[in-house]
Design a protein around this ligand. Structure first.
Ligand SMILES: [Zn+2]
Length: 408
């Protein structure tokens, strides 16, 4: 899977690396024999056998009987998804969700609670209150939890885990990692939504098999999670990917960051609502919708063929293309994946993006821009995968089967 840059192979022993490799292979190919594991990993049979003994003892893998194909019967091993559980936390503007996943990273249970804005301490308390409830719902005992990860719509300073600014939550300089870790009595690393969603997309979604891509959130704001050569790219302090604050107009509307004319003042939930309000004079369909206009309602009108509603999503896509163009020109990714509330009318939005992109980026036609198939779960799935990554320190196998060099 995509790894955070600060979990490099440098601080791992060869033994740890081999164990991660074998565990990944059992998870991907099980039920599987020791002989097949040796062949796939390139390790010797005695090394594989020693690692398997450790993994059996820890419960990470289990013996599921024998297979005999002509020769001697071989014991088969399988990944044990009950061996560990991971906690994913998504702090959103409307709700805060806490989820428990099994050792494979599959969600077993989730619970939500309405978010309370401008009160991060209250949010942390709410999460601590939800934890025993969601554990009970999942049937997973607390002692099985091996890792946790939280995501938040804002700027996260690295490595401190301080949420420096989350305008839509009304947070400023809140030590989120420290407070959550204390309240939950376990380490809780913190990422932003696009970073976590990018990880999920690489593992489960449209970016599987890609080493360099961008995941762009288009909703209350705009931000990108960047994966470069198989690793999340954070930049010096973790503030990479903030394309929502590219300035696209000299004197545009005031942005949550305090500047004027940022991209996200032209393409976002708020901008779309404003546009729908303005277009109500021309469209009977839009005029009949309750005000303020909900994105989903405008999307339904667009999908039903209302020209004004289609024009709003098309124009949002055309503006978004300016930000995506920056990513294409700087990173030359293999793929750009879009997620977030504005993907409610994906084809119309993508039509606007694709039409405008060549105006702003060189070789734009070479890079596919697609909607995320993971929907609104992308962030939470990514949080769980990052929790697991932090706990098991698995190494990613790139598609051609070469163990990726994690040297920064
Ligand atoms: Zn801004």
């Amino acid at each position: 899977m995509v790894r955070p840059t600060d979990k490099t192979a440098n601080n791992r022993t060869p033994r740890e690396l081999n164990r991660s490799l074998v565990l990944d292979l059992v998870e991907a190919h099980g039920p599987i024999s020791r002989t097949s594991l040796a062949r796939l990993s390139g390790l010797t049979k005695p090394t594989v056998s020693a690692i398997i003994e450790e993994l059996l003892e820890s419960g990470s893998v289990r013996d599921v009987g024998t297979e005999s194909r002509g020769g001697r019967p071989a014991r088969l091993l399988e990944f044990n998804e009950e061996s560990a559980a991971y906690l994913g936390i998504e702090i959103g503007v409307e709700q805060t969700a806490v989820a428990v996943a099994d050792a494979r990273g599959r969600l077993r249970a989730r619970m939500e609670q309405p978010s309370v804005l401008r009160d991060p301490h209250r949010t942390v308390r709410d999460i601590a209150d939800l934890l025993p409830k969601v554990l009970q719902l999942s049937g997973v005992p607390r002692k099985r939890l091996r890792g946790a990860c939280a995501i938040v719509p804002g700027l996260i300073e690295r490595p401190s885990g301080v949420c420096v600014l989350a305008p839509n939550l009304g947070w400023e300089r809140f030590p989120l990692r420290a407070e959550l870790s204390r309240a939950l009595r376990m380490p809780v690393p913190v990422y932003n939504l696009p970073q976590a969603a990018a990880v999920a997309e690489g593992e489960l979604g449209a970016a599987r098999g890609h080493a360099s891509y961008a995941w762009v959130y288009v909703g209350l704001g705009i931000g990108a999670g960047l994966v470069v050569d198989g690793r999340l790219f954070f930049g010096m302090q973790g503030y990479s990917g903030e394309i929502g604050h590219c300035r696209v107009a000299e004197d545009g509307p005031l942005c949550g960051c305090g500047r004027r004319g940022c991209l996200e003042t032209f393409t976002s939930v708020m901008a779309l609502r404003r546009a729908a309000e303005a277009a109500s004079a021309r469209s009977r369909v839009l005029a009949e919708l309750p005000s303020p206009h909900a994105v989903d309602a405008v999307a339904s009108a667009a999908l039903a063929g209302d020209e004004s509603a289609r024009a709003i999503f098309h124009e949002a896509g055309a503006q978004l293309a300016r930000g995506i163009a920056v990513l294409l020109n700087v990173l030359n990714p293999q793929l750009v994946v879009l997620g977030g509330e504005l993907l409610a009318a994906p084809d119309v939005l993508l039509g606007g993006v694709r039409e405008a992109l060549p105006k702003h980026a060189v070789r734009a036609g070479d890079v596919p821009v697609v909607a995320s198939p993971l929907g609104s779960e992308a962030g939470l799935l990514g949080a769980v995968l990052l929790a697991r990554e932090g706990a098991v320190r698995s190494l990613r196998l790139v598609p051609d089967g070469v163990l990726q060099d994690a040297t920064p």
